[in-house]
Design a protein around this ligand. Structure first.
Ligand code: ADP
Length: 296
């Protein structure tokens, strides 16, 4: 703690004021350590594909130059690694952007039903590649307070993940609803069992009586073991055993989603069961005017 003395009122009876500054050093230290960890992780994540690129360049300089088949294979791997670095850098930039405006309230208005449709269109090529059937169940407009770009980013992240962890020819459903109470938004939608888990990664702060719109992405993919749920939104966290392959994620997607949801004073829930599938639910507050309009 520090005491700072300020002379404010020269002529009055009490010219001096004391300012007592109490700072919680442990929380400052923790924040510093998190930042250092983050930098270390980010550097490590970037260094891995870079080391692989450097290795293949070396090899190509050597004997592989004459072996056309080997050369083409190496170039394909180098292409994947470059793509991976590009994804990482994009996600890092995205994360730093959402962190920067986390304390500025969003001003716009979004329709989750139209965002669901646009997201389905944008990811149609990925769906087609794996022959996945997507149902968009969004019968009515679902307005909410939100910044469109950011809510689109959330929806895309959730659908991309669902596609990534769904087997070929699987099924995904995007469901959009509005004018719900907070309890209705947070009600479980998956049957619970011994192996299922459920977690509110973020909850809307604040007043009761408020109405919400939700966007829910439901897949019948690999599912996630309960013990991983609390760590999903940590930066760079990936579930073991899902880490390999050129399409490997960055582990930043859900961290970005969590920041965006927090900024929007919304909620974010996950329900999952290994072998059965996963449901992510985004909850966003409606404008007060919209609430009465839809109900009246
Ligand atoms: P990534 O870029 O690796 O997908 P995310 O932050 O989006 O990073 O997700 C973190 C981890 O959560 C993923 O690596 C994956 O293990 C798990 N995960 C996310 N969504 C799903 C899903 N729909 N089904 C199964 N696992 C998922």
């Amino acid at each position: 703690a520090h005491v700072i003395a300020l002379k404010i009122d020269e002529d009055g009876p009490f010219p001096w004021r004391a300012l007592l500054v109490l700072a919680d050093e442990t929380s400052i230290k923790r924040a510093e350590r998190m930042r250092a960890d983050f930098l270390a992780n980010a550097s490590h994540e970037l260094r891995t594909p870079l080391a692989s690129l450097a290795g293949f360049i070396e090899t190509l300089r050597g004997h592989a130059r004459e072996d056309i088949a080997a050369r083409d294979k190496f170039l394909a791997i180098m292409g994947d690694q470059t793509e991976r670095m590009r994804r990482l850098i994009n996600d890092l930039l995205s994360l730093s952007r959402v962190e920067m405006d986390e304390h500025v309230a969003p001003s716009g208005q979004v329709d989750l039903a139209s965002i669901a449709g646009d997201t389905a269109d944008a990811l149609a090529p990925l769906l087609k590649e794996k022959a996945i059937r997507l149902e968009v169940d969004a019968p009515h407009p679902a307005l909410a307070i939100g910044e469109r770009d950011q809510i689109v980013e959330v929806a895309q992240n959730l659908l991309e993940n669902a596609i990534k962890y769904t087997p070929r020819e699987g099924r995904i459903v995007i469901e959009v609803r509005s004018d719900l109470t907070r309890d209705a938004c947070e009600k479980p939608v998956m049957d619970s069992s011994e192996r299922s888990g459920r977690l509110a990664i973020a909850s809307p702060p604040g007043r009761t009586g408020r109405r919400y719109s939700v966007l829910r992405v439901r897949d019948e993919g690999t599912g996630i073991e309960r013990r991983h749920l609390p760590r999903l939104s940590e930066r760079f966290y990936r579930v073991d055993g899902q880490k390999s392959g050129p399409k490997e994620g960055t582990g930043l997607g859900l961290a970005i989603v969590k920041h965006i949801v927090t900024r929007h004073r919304g909620g974010f829930l996950v329900e999952s069961e290994p072998g059965k599938g996963t449901v992510f639910t985004l909850v966003l507050p409606m404008l007060a005017a919209q609430e009465s309009a839809t109900r009246g």
